[in-house]
Every structure is written in structure tokens, then in C-alpha cells.
Ligand binder design. Structure first.
Ligand code: FAD
Ligand code: NAP
Length: 277
């Protein structure tokens, strides 16, 4: 019989620890191509709602395989949430989509980004324009108290191909409306400022079409009872989608007289890519 030895520091086999490792606490799959997950938050990490960080896993070559990810949780939250695509042959997400609670991911604690309140001049109505996973930074900003302190109205448009791809955003907004802790933090009735405008392009839903087309033909303004469209004096915009989407929205906002801003030079709208390619 093998003698049982007490486990001491010398005999214990330590699980390999990744550099900048954080532990996965929750994973939720929304569709075949979308999932969200939460990880522990490094005690030292400070970020502004709307910013992104580099996250990833160890690659087969033993080196970190990192990609940019918007933090979907607000700056005050104890955990960090992410909303992710699953690209079947994607170097990172072909693996990342299989994470489970207790697993570790790498998170470089250097948040950056332009979708932040600091990059906009004061205004009255804030527009969030998202396609696909471009909803992620707005999932953070929709739970950020400053959003409601600074604006009278917050309009979130989300365009996806199919109805199921809207579900993460739809549930998030529904939960914000019902969350008593958020109401305490942000003031009773804060959620009445949110106006949600989801659209689909390839599956039947109550509102069909690309948001760009619905802006150009005035449908959005008619639906929302907004007279005179978007105005540089009152309206501010944040945009997050594919490169083509971002360019199209930029052109539309500029036609309305808004100018693109940056952290160093706040103006009327800001843009971030939801992905490259
Ligand atoms: C500033 C920034 C923030 C980002 N934030 C997020 C985020 O919050 N959530 C997220 O899922 N991705 C985000 N991305 C994209 C992310 O960095 C990766 O591209 C994605 O995780 C796929 O990685 P991959 O290695 O599997 O495939 P990659 O080799 O990176 O991508 C392969 C191809 O998949 C497509 N693709 C990649 N990402 C997406 C996407 N998000 N939506 C639709 N198609 C995509 C593109 O066609 C791309 O060429 C962000 C990118 C940038 C630049
Ligand atoms: N989502 C899926 O079901 C799916 C399935 C297979 C492969 N993929 C691949 O995954 C990648 C990303 O797919 P995705 O659906 O997440 O992102 P996406 O192609 O950027 O489309 C997301 C939404 O944005 C709309 N859109 C795209 N470009 C626009 C523009 N210039 N102006 C206004 N609206 C615009 C799309 O409308 P339109 O439908 O009109 O383009 C769609 O409703 C692509 O490379 C795609 O081939 C996705």
C-alpha cells in the first residue's frame, strides 16, 4: 500500500497560472454564433464605461493569443462582462466559445477607447448606434450613472441579421428597467430615458431594415416622434459596428452637422470598430 503523505507546499502540484489570469464565473450562449461571459475583475483595474481591453487564451505555441474586447459591464461592477462572437475558424473564438466557469482567461489591464463620455461635448439626447456585437460597449454605458446624469434621453439602436441576435441586448435593457439596485444608484425613473430601437435585416421582425436606411428616409424620427431629425446643438452619437457600417453612419451624422470627436478633442459623435475585417 502506498503511504499517504500530507500535502505540503513542497509536494502540492500547483495549477499553471496564466499571466494576467482571471477566472470565468459565468457563461451564457445566446445563439450558435454569440455568447456572453463574466470573469473576475483585477482589484487594480479602473476603466471608463465604454472602453475595451485585450483578452485571450494561451495559444498552441504557448504564447498569449489576444484580441480587443469591449467591456460590456459598467465601471462600478465587481465582475467584468464580455459579449462575444463565435467565429468557427477564428484563432481565438474557436477556443474561447468553449470556456466554462472556473476556467482562466488572460486579461491585459490596460483599458482604452473612444466610446466614452469624455469624448463628447455636453448634449441633451444621446444616440447609441450598434450592429451585432457592437452592442457590447453600450451594454456598459447603459448601466453607467453618468449616461443619465448627462442626458435627458438615451436612444439605443441595434441592427442584426436575425431576431435571436437581438436577445442579449433586449434582455439587458429589460433587466435595467426592472433593477431596483440600479434605480437606487441612478435615481427612480432613470430607465424612462432609455428608448430602444431594434431592427433586423434578414428575418421578419416588428422593425425591418438597416438603421442607416431608416435614418436616411426619416422612419426612425417618425417612429420616435423626433421633429427635425438629429441636431448638432442637442444630439450626441456613439457608433460601434463593422467598418462599412461605421463609415455609413459617419456620413449620415456629418450630413446632420455633427463632427467626429476623440478623447483629446471632444465633439458631437465618436466611433469604434466592433471588429476588424
Ligand atoms: C476595438 C475592438 C473591440 C472589439 N470588441 C469586441 C467585442 O466586444 N466582442 C466581440 O465579439 N468581438 C470584439 N472585437 C473583435 C475581436 O477583437 C475579435 O476579432 C473576435 O474575438 C474574433 O477573434 P478570432 O481570433 O476568433 O477571429 P479574428 O481572426 O479576429 O476574426 C476573423 C473574422 O471574423 C469576423 N469577426 C471578428 N470579430 C467579429 C465580431 N465581433 N462580429 C462579427 N464578425 C467578427 C471578421 O470578419 C474577421 O475578419 C473587437 C475588435 C476591436 C478592434
Ligand atoms: N450573423 C450571422 O448569422 C452570420 C452567419 C454566418 C456568417 N457570418 C459572418 O460573420 C461576420 C459578421 O456578421 P454579423 O452579422 O455579426 O455582422 P455584420 O455583417 O456587420 O451585420 C450585422 C448587421 O449590420 C447590418 N449592416 C452591415 N453593414 C451595414 C452598413 N454598412 N450599414 C448599415 N447596416 C449594416 C447588417 O445588415 P445586412 O444583413 O443588410 O448586411 C446586419 O443586420 C460576417 O463576416 C459574416 O459573413 C454571420
Amino acid at each position: 500500500m502506498t503511504e499517504m503523505k500530507p500535502v505540503t507546499e513542497a509536494t502540492a502540484v500547483k495549477a499553471p497560472v496564466l499571466p494576467d489570469a482571471q477566472t470565468v464565473t459565468d457563461v451564457k450562449h445566446w445563439t450558435d454564433s454569440l455568447f456572453s461571459f463574466k470573469v473576475s475583475r483585477p482589484a487594480s483595474l479602473r476603466f471608463r464605461s465604454g472602453e475595451f481591453v485585450m483578452i485571450g487564451l494561451l495559444g498552441d505555441n504557448g504564447k498569449p493569443l489576444l484580441r480587443a474586447y469591449s467591456i460590456a459591464s459598467p465601471s462600478w461592477d465587481e465582475e467584468l462582462e464580455f459579449y462575444s462572437i463565435k467565429v468557427q475558424d477564428g484563432p481565438l473564438t474557436s477556443k474561447l466559445q468553449h470556456i466554462k466557469p472556473g476556467d482562466q482567461i488572460i486579461l491585459r489591464p490596460k483599458p482604452v477607447g473612444t466610446l466614452v463620455h469624455d469624448a463628447l461635448l455636453p448634449g441633451k439626447r444621446l444616440w447609441f448606434f450598434a450592429t451585432g456585437t457592437g452592442f457590447a460597449p453600450f451594454a456598459s454605458l447603459l448601466r453607467e450613472p453618468q449616461t443619465y446624469e448627462d442626458y435627458d434621453e438615451v436612444i439605443i439602436t441595434h441592427t442584426c441579421r436575425e431576431v435571436a441576435e437581438l436577445e442579449y441586448g433586449r434582455q439587458l435593457i429589460e433587466n435595467i428597467r426592472q433593477d431596483e439596485m440600479l434605480a437606487e444608484l441612478m435615481g427612480e425613473g432613470f430607465a424612462d430615458k432609455i428608448r430602444y430601437y431594434p431592427t433586423t435585416t434578414r428575418e421578419e421582425s416588428p422593425k425591418m431594415g438597416r438603421i442607416t436606411d431608416l435614418l436616411k428616409d426619416g422612419t426612425v424620427f417618425a417612429d420616435m416622434g423626433i421633429e427635425g431629425g438629429i441636431k448638432p446643438e442637442t444630439d450626441r452619437g456613439m457608433v460601434c459596428g463593422s467598418l462599412a457600417f461605421n463609415l455609413d453612419i459617419k456620413e449620415i451624422l456629418e450630413e446632420f452637422g455633427l463632427r467626429e470627436g476623440a478623447n483629446s478633442e471632444p465633439k458631437e459623435f465618436v466611433i469604434e470598430k466592433a471588429f476588424v475585417g
